[in-house]
Write a new protein. Sequence first.
Length: 321
Amino acid sequence: MKFFEKIKASLTKTTTNVATSLRGAFDAFTGANDEFFDDLEERLILSDAGADFASRVVAELREIVKAKGLRGAEEIKAELAKLIAAAFPQPGEATLAPTFDAETPVGARLASPGCASPTMQIILMVGVNGVGKTTTIGKLAANYVSEGKRVLLAAGDTFRAAAADQLEIWAKRANCEIVRGKEGGDPAAVIYDAIAAAKARGCDVVICDTAGRLHNKSNLMKELEKIDRVITREAPEAARQTLLVIDAVTGQNGLFQAKEFSKTATVTGVVLTKLDGTAKGGIVIAIAEQLKIPVVYVGTGEKQDDLIQFDAEDFANAIVQ
Ligand SMILES: Nc1nc2c(ncn2[C@@H]2O[C@H](COP(=O)(O)OP(=O)(O)OP(=O)(O)O)[C@@H](O)[C@H]2O)c(=O)[nH]1
Ligand SMILES: [Mg+2]
């Protein structure tokens, strides 16, 4: 399934407040009048895109509709999609992401013989508890393995008892390696061991899991800083990504989380999970627009195949359709 269909299917599947979705504005379309634009603006706000963004986009849309003399819902929809897509920064480092084909199931993709790349990639997964970090790591690992990459997972969440076991299940599923430490141990030490193992074994990709919750927020941020320092020191030549995982269901709180994590880590991309559970994917617009962080992946379910590469244009089209 292509990104567009998959996103659309996810959005359609949702039971939460479909009335808030943007397409509702077009279902009720009777003309490009104040009623329509106000309804659209309200729906944008309700979808968590942010009030400022909503009023700016709707004002721009009004201008375009007037200037071009547009009358039909479809034409207006297309212009709205363009305006929404333009809110997303272009992925920079995100080009390091695996270029998997969303149409082919992971299992069906043939792995080419493993070969160590000259540049090791290190992906650090951060985000508050329960957003889907570990699950996304499992999905990503499977994708990299299917590309023929040698993948190693680092069980950097030593806080929660079952965290490493959960990651190990995903490692088995993806057929990749894992380095885990002692429960309650130092996560930075686990990451250190993982990098050493990855170097020794010639791994291409190291994906580091982290805890989403510690005794308090400042501990969590200190821990992430320490992990970051260890990676910089032990693998200065590695291609780095720090992916912030945001649960689409948490709405505007996701923006707050993104701001908090950005203070500590250089977040290179956002993964928006659980888009299958809400029509409120608008939070991703707010994050992209306000923080200029590119969205790289979208999670659309709990299974290994439920991860798609983000495409701003397709996303924008899907939420207005
Ligand atoms: N529906 C749906 N569920 C998801 C998605 N991604 C993750 N989940 C579910 O969300 C729950 C939490 O996922 P985890 O991967 O354990 O989250 P985490 O961020 O690692 O959580 P902590 O380790 O507690 O910080 C699990 O039940 C996952 O199956 C998604 O895209 N869609
Ligand atoms: Mg986890």
